[in-house]
Design a protein around this ligand. Sequence first.
Ligand code: C2E
Ligand code: MG
Ligand code: MG
Length: 298
Amino acid sequence: ALYCAKEETGHGKMRQFDDEMARRMSQRRARLDALEQAILNENLEVWLQPKIVLSTGAHVGFEALVRWRHDGDLIMPMEFISLAEESGLIIEIDRFMLRAATRAVAEWNARHGKDVSVSINLSGRHISSPDLEAHVASAIEMSGLRADQVTLELTESVEVRDWGAVSKKLDRLRALGCRLSLDDFGTGYSSLGYLRQMPADELKLDKSFVTDLETSAAAREIVASVVDIARTLDLGVVVEGIENLAQARIAEDLGCTVAQGYLFGRPAPAARCAPPGIPSDQLLELSPSHRPALQRQT
Ligand code: C2E
Ligand code: MG
Ligand code: MG
């Protein structure tokens, strides 16, 4: 009732506990129990989505995305990540993904004769966990990947209270040899102050900027400015959510180097991931500067 009062009516108001709240609470409890069981039984799956160098079309890596297999259905992160973050279960999910995604990409590389890297999402909650470095180091070692083939993507969804402690922790993670990426950059509380204090290797521009690239001069200006700042700070820029060739071309013209999105491949289970390629009919629509490079991928 307290939380409902705060959420719905603001401060200084009151709400009485009612049947609807009781129903929502028990639904949440049941969902949480089911998620806890899924983690224990490892009913989580690693899905992989390719990352591509825009100027050459070369496939350089995968982002690992978690899926929950529940009674035969596939549950998407949107439906359980926030519950996992609130409850702390996200730490167990992220640990599973660290182990399973590094292994999946090492196996994929062996199967396809490639040497691509993997990006794994880490919740902000995880950063304060004392044994994070040990888990990252052991996942890398067990998988056989090189440390520099592992990128940790940090989201801004959880507010950082102690910047000093966080940046020391991130320095220690980088000392292991892995790379750090600031995910969904441009949303949440991202600011220049945040950039200044985070030791990172790459910015991952949120897909909301990409959606507007073709229609909004302001979106293009923002992307160009972020790319400028990233260059000054010696950070790579990855752009996510590229769905068509026009967006890919604009993003490259604006200086983004690596891209991810449905155009290059949707997330899929590791066993079903083929090396990505651009369908040849789409190549015709592409600007001449892209054509020779991307053709090699087909
Ligand atoms: P994210 O890390 O920003 O991942 C990118 C999301 O965009 C993925 O959604 C992906 O499927 C989707 N996406 C990729 N290309 C396109 C595109 O071209 N168009 C559109 N509309 N969407 C695209 P997904 O898999 O549903 O994951 C959502 C979010 O859940 C992730 O956003 C990430 O923040 C979180 N998440 C996923 N897996 C994990 C995990 O293992 N641990 C943690 N802590 N968070 C995770
Ligand atoms: Mg991510
Ligand atoms: Mg993102």
